[in-house]
Design a protein around this ligand. Structure first.
Ligand SMILES: *[C@@H]1O[C@H](CO)[C@@H](O)[C@H](O)[C@H]1NC(C)=O
Ligand SMILES: *[C@@H]1O[C@H](CO)[C@@H](O)[C@H](O)[C@H]1NC(C)=O
Ligand SMILES: *[C@@H]1O[C@H](CO)[C@@H](O)[C@H](O)[C@H]1NC(C)=O
Ligand SMILES: *[C@@H]1O[C@H](CO)[C@@H](O)[C@H](O)[C@H]1NC(C)=O
Length: 180
């Protein structure tokens, strides 16, 4: 590889890195607990009419989490996992609010969701993509009972038991020596 193509490859890499990081800054992180209803926030960038809303989870393939087009929700091609569990939070999409309601969350709902909003311009359409990361955590009670199983905590316990054993042995030896 000559130095010119190495340089252009390098610039291309830099470009990709900068591009990817600029895209991923527009992320929202949401956490929920199993059984809860949660809302994944998404809002069109301006007040132009919204003609299509696509909620997808790329890791689940091409089927939709929710699809809105032709002024209604389109249940065809909806992923079975989201059947009867999702809705637009505001059906009127007031102020471009296209947030998604996801009911009865499970740990399988964890993932990166994409909200694609297509809006009508005078002579064209614009598409904006937002990424919302959903993390589903066990209920607070379970986190506490898990605490004792954490490796760091176990290690601490071993250290304490180890020094306690050494101290007891030492005291025992000391008392034996005093007796002799
Ligand atoms: C969301 O989480 C990712 C990684 O989990 C982190 O890099 C990013 O900074 C977080 N974004 C916000 C807005 O908290
Ligand atoms: C979730 O929403 C459904 C339907 O709106 C409601 O019946 C249910 O009580 C809600 N569940 C929780 C945990 O808020
Ligand atoms: C969308 O509308 C819902 C219900 O009216 C509201 O709770 C939520 O804050 C709105 N979200 C955004 C991003 O405007
Ligand atoms: C919520 O999901 C759990 C597990 O998937 C299910 O057992 C339960 O019946 C669901 N609850 C409702 C109200 O749909």
């Amino acid at each position: 590889m000559d130095s010119l193509s190495a340089t252009s490859l390098f610039s291309a890499l830099i470009f990709i890195i900068v591009f990817v990081s600029s895209v991923s800054t527009d992320q929202t992180n949401i956490t929920a607990h199993p059984g809860q209803n949660t809302s994944l926030p998404c809002r069109s960038p301006d007040n132009k009419p919204v003609i299509v809303v696509e909620w997808i989870r790329p890791d689940l393939g091409s089927e939709y989490v929710l699809l809105y087009r032709d002024d209604q929700l389109d249940p065809e091609n909806q992923h079975v996992m989201f059947k009867d569990r999702v809705d637009l939070q505001d059906r009127q999409m007031k102020d471009g609010n296209v947030s998604l309601v996801l009911r009865n969350v499970t740990t399988d709902d964890r993932g990166a969701y994409e909200c694609r909003v297509v809006q009508r311009e005078t002579n064209s359409r614009t598409e904006t993509v937002f990424i919302i990361n959903l993390d589903v955590l066990p209920p607070p009670g379970e986190i506490n009972s898990e605490f004792g199983k954490e490796p760091g905590f176990l290690f601490q316990k071993y250290i304490i038991v180890f020094f306690f054993t050494v101290a007891v042995r030492w005291a025992h030896m000391e008392s034996q020596m005093n007796r002799d």
